[in-house]
Design a protein around this ligand. Structure first.
Ligand SMILES: *Cc1c(COP(=O)(O)O)cnc(C)c1O
Length: 482
């Protein structure tokens, strides 16, 4: 009887406890210990700043930006535990304690045998591709990120994007818009098996809106790869956010933890490349993780020449410590709930104001469909670019406007259909709900005056530097007409 009462009391408390946590507002699961002030500028100061920068947001000084959503890469805030880890950093050239802590942590998360540090994602890609890809090869991916495509093309190979068709339609709702098109993958492998050294799947699919890939899709991709005997690698930059979407949206996963889910998808693959500047929660870092012993030896040799000895790979001991802690924090449920909910919260505000965005909202940012919002501008006048500039002038907000024009004329073989998107990528654990409220106000205002926003053209003599270093000017001389 006593036992029964005890059990009843326990269950009662559990239920009560659960209810207590059922409030609607999802709060930031941290408090702020150290702050960084942001500088307020006036509209006319921002006009001067953007003119000086050749109307290129990459050339604007960060201190002249109020809310900086240029990238979620390496821009996050570290935790007290990560900073404490940094003090423990062992800077020995070889075999530092920090390396072994990093190795153990990444191995625990991914389950892979060999863990090779690299200074960031593209270095991991370059190292792996140098050891796997030959001239004339083809690498399929749900969508190759720009650096991935770049590293593949540097090897004289072709990068193929095979997203499902829903993935390229901003307003189409689908729970896993990041999925790779299995039929297209099978067809490509049937015709070109000897040319495909590996298949990649990017989780989440950054280029098409931070959209997740389902467990079922990864599992089926693995089956196809087995059938054709091709290794499968994940571009795992946002693996934790992807795990959360699987937990929320895929049948059979709601009771699993993000780390169990991550272990499962890693187990279907032969390895991964990772930019730890994303879900590694660090300002710099990356790695390759893989099971193949021989490939690991090759990659280590390559690493020594280009990145550093394989127990530091272009990183300081303290960077490895921060990564060892950060990659686990990224899997924390309270953190992921807040992270994904803040994007959904922002998205809901914009959708209810009639702003066209990529739906459903993804993991690391909001993507405005500028092709639609700025339909008064043809693609040749860089509508997404113009919109990003207007957001800066009106609200001090920095984002990236894609320029589909830039890849025109390039060898665009295998490119996913490109969209005119403005990406507002959110640094991890940096901005709060009031920042999001402010951002929504800015975007809603700019939407009202959108017809007054002019298109852009390249300044004469700057046709080649591209989006990062180019100089531009508004057609007609003024970006926002009165
Ligand atoms: C950021 C990123 C990379 C490259 O990583 P860096 O750390 O920037 O070199 C590769 N793939 C995806 C999907 C990314 O988002």
């Amino acid at each position: 009887m006593w036992k029964f009462l005890q059990l009843a009391l326990f269950l009662f408390c559990r239920i009560k406890e659960k209810n207590k946590l059922d409030f609607k507002t999802v709060i930031e699961p941290f408090r702020i210990k150290s702050i960084e002030t942001i500088k307020f500028t006036t509209r006319s100061q921002r006009i001067l700043a953007i003119e000086a920068a050749g109307y290129n947001l990459f050339q604007v000084k960060a201190e002249d930006v109020l809310i900086d959503l240029l990238s979620d890469s390496g821009t996050g805030a570290m935790s007290t535990e990560q900073w404490a880890g940094m003090m423990r950093g062992d800077e020995s050239y070889a075999g530092a304690k920090s390396f072994y802590r990093f190795e153990e942590s990444v191995r625990e998360v991914t389950g892979y045998k060999h863990i090779l540090p690299a200074h960031q994602g593209r270095a991991a890609e370059r190292t792996l591709f140098k050891c796997t890809i030959n001239h004339g090869d083809i690498v399929p991916n749900n969508t190759n990120f720009t650096t991935t495509r770049g590293q593949i093309e540097l090897r004289g190979a072709k990068a193929f994007d095979l997203p499902i068709s829903e993935g390229t339609k901003p307003s189409v709702i689908h729970p896993f818009k990041g999925n790779i098109d299995l039929e297209k993958l099978r067809k490509l492998l049937s015709g070109n098996r000897s040319k495909v050294p590996l298949v990649m799947v990017t989780i989440t699919n950054n280029s098409l809106g931070g959209q997740p890939v389902s467990m079922a899709n990864i599992r089926s991709t693995r089956e196809i790869c087995r059938e054709f005997n091709v290794p499968l690698f994940l571009d795992a930059c946002r693996f934790a956010e992807n795990a959360w979407f699987i937990k929320m949206r895929e049948e059979g996963y709601s009771d699993k933890s993000p780390s169990e889910i991550a272990k499962e998808f890693f187990s279907y693959c032969d390895g991964c490349t990772m930019s730890a500047k994303k879900d590694g929660m660090v300002n710099i870092g990356g790695f390759i993780a893989l099971n193949d012993d021989q490939l690991a030896v090759k990659c280590k040799n390559e690493l020594i020449i280009n990145e550093g000895f394989p127990t530091y790979g272009g990183l300081a001991g303290y960077d490895l410590e921060a990564l060892a802690v950060g990659i686990k924090e990224a899997l924390d449920e309270d953190y992921l709930r807040y992270r994904i909910k803040s994007m959904a919260y922002f998205g809901e505000k914009l959708i209810s104001a009639g702003i066209p965005i990529v739906q459903p909202t993804g993991g690391h940012g909001i993507f405005i469909d500028a092709g639609k919002m700025m339909s008064h501008l043809p693609a040749e006048e860089y509508p997404a670019f113009s919109l990003a500039l207007a957001l800066y002038i009106e609200g001090g907000v920095r984002s990236i406007g894609s320029c589909t024009q830039f890849s025109k004329g390039h060898d665009s073989y295998g490119h996913a259909p490109e969209l005119e998107l403005v990406r507002l990528a959110f640094p991890r654990r940096v901005y709060t709900q009031s920042h999001v409220d402010y951002l929504s106000e800015v975007i809603i205002y700019v939407n009202l005056i959108r017809k007054q926003i002019a298109g852009m053209k390249i300044q004469p003599g700057y046709e080649h530097p591209g989006i990062l270093a180019g100089r531009f000017e508004p057609i007609g001389g003024k970006l926002i007409r009165d």
